[in-house]
Design a protein around this ligand. Structure first.
Ligand code: FE2
Ligand code: FE2
Length: 290
């Protein structure tokens, strides 16, 4: 009996209790895939896909990914989705959670709603600060921590997969809005980081003029709102239009399935942070607490 963690971009599974032969086959398939020998990888994964245990789940997910990318086979999103579904049914639990309950664009939309609510909360704190109140460091830092870190870790990887798929479909000028929106991500992250540092320094060492912090904060709020509004109003509707349901399913599977345990824990931590901020500043947490 062997315990092995297999990560091939699409599925994480601990194959406890699987036969050594099956696990060895999976390892061989994995090694073949990594060196670009897709024929061998396909042969190994196909042979294991009907095993009916954790090894089969990984093999199925990997077959899904090979069909999705056209590696060693003709690219076929339907076939990819079939394999992903099989893997999800057999116990890629995290993928089941994301794939069947939350279509990928809905997940991105829900994450935006949380961000919009946090920006509202930040704005009312900044309004109060602007009219002479003291800065509530813990609330502001909590909001900024969420806004700085959560999108990078849990939102943009999925969003980037959607945009990458869109860019494959759109030619020349048509792809320009996607490239533009993607190019904003780095600047948004840098702006919120700079604001967080300034707020932190203001509390401990340097006192910045109130108007300076207020302006920096308003710029961050405005930048994030504008970015997400463009995504909600223009980019996401286009994604639903040009990407097939199977393709979106594949993206949801890959991003949901690739979460390692420590990442799940961290996502949970952000959920708690969001709820704590929600209670402190009395922002509506949204329907069903989201
Ligand atoms: Fe974005
Ligand atoms: Fe977004």
């Amino acid at each position: 009996m062997r315990k092995l963690l297999i990560v091939l971009g699409v599925c994480v599974a601990v194959t406890v209790g699987s036969s050594s032969v099956a696990v060895a086959g999976l390892e061989e398939g994995f090694a073949a895939y990594k060196r670009g020998d897709y024929a061998t990888a396909l042969k190994e994964f196909r042979a294991l896909a009907s095993e009916g245990d954790a090894v089969a789940t990984v093999a199925q997910a990997n077959l899904g990914m090979m069909y999705e990318n056209g590696h060693g086979v003709t690219q076929d999103y339907k076939e990819a989705a079939n394999w992903y579904r099989k893997a999800a049914e057999q116990g890629c639990a995290r993928s089941v959670r994301r794939q069947t309950m939350e279509p990928v664009i809905n997940t991105l939309h829900d994450q935006h709603q949380r961000m919009f609510r946090l920006l509202d909360a930040l704005e009312s704190e900044i309004d109060a600060f602007d009219t002479g109140n003291a800065l509530d460091f813990y609330i502001i830092d909590g909001i900024l921590e969420y806004i700085e870190t959560y999108p990078d870790r849990f939102h943009r990887p999925t969003e980037s997969s959607v945009y990458q798929a869109m860019r494959r479909r759109l030619a020349g000028a048509e792809a320009a809005p996607i490239e533009r929106i993607e190019s904003e991500h780095g600047g948004l992250g840098a702006a919120v980081r700079a604001l967080r540092n300034a707020v932190d320094a203001n509390t401990r060492t340097v006192m910045f003029p109130r108007a300076f912090l207020v302006k920096k904060a308003r710029d961050v709020i405005h930048g994030f709102r504008r970015h997400m509004t463009t995504e909600e109003e223009r980019i996401f509707p286009l994604a639903r239009e040009i990407l097939s349901a199977e393709e979106l399913e594949g993206i949801a599977f890959r991003n949901g399935g690739a979460l390692a345990d420590d990442e799940e824990e961290e996502e949970q931590r952000f959920d708690t942070l969001y709820r704590t901020i929600g209670r402190q500043v009395e922002i509506g947490l949204g329907a069903s607490g989201t």
